[in-house]
Design a protein around this ligand. Structure first.
Ligand SMILES: Nc1ncnc2c1ncn2[C@@H]1O[C@H](COP(=O)(O)OP(=O)(O)OP(=O)(O)O)[C@@H](O)[C@H]1O
Ligand code: SF4
Ligand SMILES: [Mg+2]
Length: 324
């Protein structure tokens, strides 16, 4: 992969395996082999500075593992992650703002912490002024700094998490399901706040969600994941206008249609298989309405002619070849 002038993050053939074997003694008694889980299985993408790349897919497809690889909480089992930015200025926002905020600290101290870490010589008065300012930027008040996290609603707590992330003067934010724990109306407010902050501060987001209707409003480029792999990646408008992978089409079918809410929606058929023993060939074939013989034996790779527009599907390849 060539370095692109505006790329802030380049992820290439990234892999992460977990040993999920039973404990040694059990394995010996029950004569069970070691078991390996491929949580991330050859993933590549590029994020342009100031843009948002979204990772979407069902539970267990490897989204959070990628977030942890990018932020250094996990080491890769293979492949590479190249960050063309200041590593100190990478911050993460988690799904559960309560679990990620220290319940015994006042909010002001929580927000001040990354600032003090980044600039240890800052005088207290300047730290306090900046904390007040950050609280206001995220739509809270300076007085909120003296309260504890439990005194806030879920949406307000997520605003506190955002203020804390901003205190580290980030240029790159990894946001793992930042609004999935919130009510729909509160979700929209927090998403709008994140969008506004991105525009004002030129932030870059890796935005993770299981919900295509959420990423539609946030992302420049969407990567759809299935069982540890990206099956399709396209600019957002194109993905919605012309989804190429059968799995993407199924995902799109399950999001509520505001214009025709009563329309019958086909539920996604079948369970997601286990990443410990994924199906042969195209791992989506047991659920795919278009599967044919080749899909059961051969693994489709994403054709790499354009980095931001790729699909890993034999049927889509065939259609592209047939098109004039
Ligand atoms: N530390 C770990 N040890 C063993 N297996 C793990 C570990 N972390 C994740 N996994 C497994 O890796 C796979 C991917 O998990 P991951 O949390 O990345 O999925 P996800 O897409 O974020 O799902 P969700 O939408 O539920 O958050 C899952 O099968 C999960 O059980
Ligand atoms: S490669 Fe085959 S099984 Fe996989 S998504 Fe395409 S048509 Fe379906
Ligand atoms: Mg997750």
């Amino acid at each position: 992969m060539n370095i692109r002038p505006n790329a802030i993050l380049e992820v290439d053939a990234l892999e992460r395996r977990f040993d999920v074997s039973a404990p040694w003694l059990n394995r010996m008694i029950e004569r069970k082999p070691r078991r390996t889980l491929h949580a991330v299985d050859g993933v590549d993408f590029v994020i342009q500075r100031g843009q948002t790349l979204a990772l979407v897919g069902e539970s267990g497809c490897g989204k959070s593992t990628i977030a942890k690889l990018v932020t250094g909480l996990h080491a890769p089992s293979g492949g590479s992650i190249r960050f063309h930015g200041d590593c100190d200025r990478l911050q993460m926002i988690f799904q559960d703002p309560f679990a990620s905020l220290n319940p015994r600290w006042r909010v002001g101290r929580i927000i001040a912490e990354p600032l003090r870490t980044l600039r240890p010589d800052t005088p207290d008065a300047a730290v306090n002024a900046r904390v007040d300012e950050l609280l206001q930027i995220v739509g809270l008040s300076a007085a909120d700094g003296s309260k504890f996290p439990h005194e806030f609603s879920g949406g307000q707590r997520q605003r506190i998490s955002i203020a804390r992330a901003l205190a580290g003067e980030p240029e790159f934010l990894v946001c793992d399901e930042p609004t999935s724990a919130l009510d729909v109306s509160v979700q929209a407010q927090v998403l709008n706040l994140m969008k506004r902050l991105q525009n004002e501060m030129g932030l870059t987001y890796l935005f993770i969600s299981h919900d295509l209707s959420v990423v539609r409003h946030m992302a420049d480029v969407i990567a759809v994941m299935y069982l540890g792999r990206i099956v399709e990646i396209q600019p957002t408008a194109d993905l919605f206008a012309r989804p190429l992978h059968p799995y993407t089409r199924l995902l799109l079918d399950t999001i509520p249609d505001l214009e025709a809410p009563k329309r019958d929606r086909t539920a996604m058929g079948g369970e997601v298989p286990s990443p410990v023993s994924p199906p042969s060939g195209c791992s989506f074939h047991p659920r795919c309405p278009l599967a044919f013989d080749r899909c059961r034996t051969e693994r489709p790779t994403r054709r790499a002619e354009v980095l931001d527009r790729r699909v890993a599907c034999f049927a889509a390849e065939r259609d592209a070849a047939d098109a004039p």
